[in-house]
Write a protein of this length. Structure first.
Length: 330
């Protein structure tokens, strides 16, 4: 039986519903060598869960359904549906992800919930964050916008309990999702990598960065020095566009983007390739025209992200696409 330290009566009722099951879950937690004990943390936790068996502590493994209902405790594990408002792992009601409101694209209220979307164990996204830490996302609520939202948590194993060190609501794309813990300066950030897919099954990669501020997930707007606020820190990793130029040439533009994570922080790295072919010969072998690249640090400045310099994709389209007609390839 998991016990949350110093729970309220309402929180205690949620905790009592979390029975621990071993077996299928072995390998979900970060493995430790036999006889080794996890290092205790010195940083105060938001809440913790004790009452673990020795096997559970040493194997650092709980069943997926236990992790799911620990991360999102208002999910009823028997009925597999939510009872009441969405709560974080510490039993607190989670406010809307964009409750503060930014006058910025992408910060609109969430789309409507798809009522036919059932809560399943597979909604749990779980990744090791090293040093006995695990990043959890209960991606339970599918939205009409194509995104999914749900409670997220950063959990840490100690020799006696599972501690929760960050909580909040995460909204993003669930297909193929992987969550990593990184940092920008002194600020820890979650990096969500997943795929955005349309009704025809065509997908494009998306990388998203969400800071952890005061142990809470906090979406911040991204500002570019030349354009102002451009939206959330959610980056499409591939773009394509074809333009018919005034000289009878068709130019195809392809953007390949990546988020680089290194000791210095997070960098947005872009490569744009341009190829030309005659407008009256669409099947002709293209002629390489140019390749350009840029690497920009994603910085945190106060209550916003900052990207210096102009977006490479926008600059290339402006400088090398003298438009007569335009078509998008996705």
């Amino acid at each position: 039986m998991i016990h949350r330290k110093n729970p309220t009566p309402k929180q205690a009722s949620i905790v009592r519903s979390l029975s621990l099951v071993l077996g299928a879950a072995v390998g979900l937690g970060a493995a430790v060598s036999a006889g080794c004990k996890p290092k205790p943390t010195r940083v105060p936790a938001l809440c913790s869960f004790d009452g673990l068996s020795e096997e559970e502590r040493e194997g650092q493994a709980l069943a997926p359904i236990t992790w799911l209902t620990l991360t999102s405790p208002s999910v009823d594990r028997q009925a597999m549906q939510r009872n009441g408002p969405m709560m974080n792992a510490c039993g607190q009601v989670i406010p809307p992800v964009f409750s503060e409101g930014f006058d910025c694209p992408g910060f609109e209220p969430a789309g409507e919930l798809i009522s036919t979307d059932l809560v399943e164990e597979t909604d749990l996204i779980m990744n090791s964050a090293g040093e006995d830490r695990t990043v959890l996302w209960a991606a339970t609520d599918e939205l009409t916008s194509g995104e999914v939202e749900g409670a997220a948590a950063l959990a840490l194993w100690t020799d006696k309990s599972v501690e929760v060190h960050a909580v909040g609501l995460l909204r993003g794309y669930r297909h193929g999702a992987r969550v990593r813990l990184h940092s920008i300066g002194a600020t820890p950030v979650l990096v969500l990598q997943s795929d955005k897919c349309d009704a025809e099954g065509s997908c494009v990669g998306v990388s998203q960065v969400v800071p952890i501020i005061n142990k809470r997930l906090a979406e911040l707007p991204v500002w570019e020095t030349e354009r102002g606020c451009i939206g959330r820190a959610q980056f499409i990793l591939e773009k394509r566009e074809t333009r018919d130029l005034a000289n009878g040439t068709t130019r195809k533009f392809v953007l390949t983007r990546s988020l680089e994570l290194d000791e210095e922080g997070v960098f947005v790295t872009d490569l744009v390739r341009m190829d030309d072919y005659p407008q009256n010969q669409p099947d002709a072998e293209p002629t390489p025209y140019r390749k350009v690249s840029a690497r920009r640090p994603l910085l945190i400045e106060g209550d916003r992200f900052l990207l210096e310099d102009e977006d490479l994709w926008e600059r290339v389209l402006r400088d090398h696409g003298q438009v007569v007609g335009t078509s998008n390839d996705g």
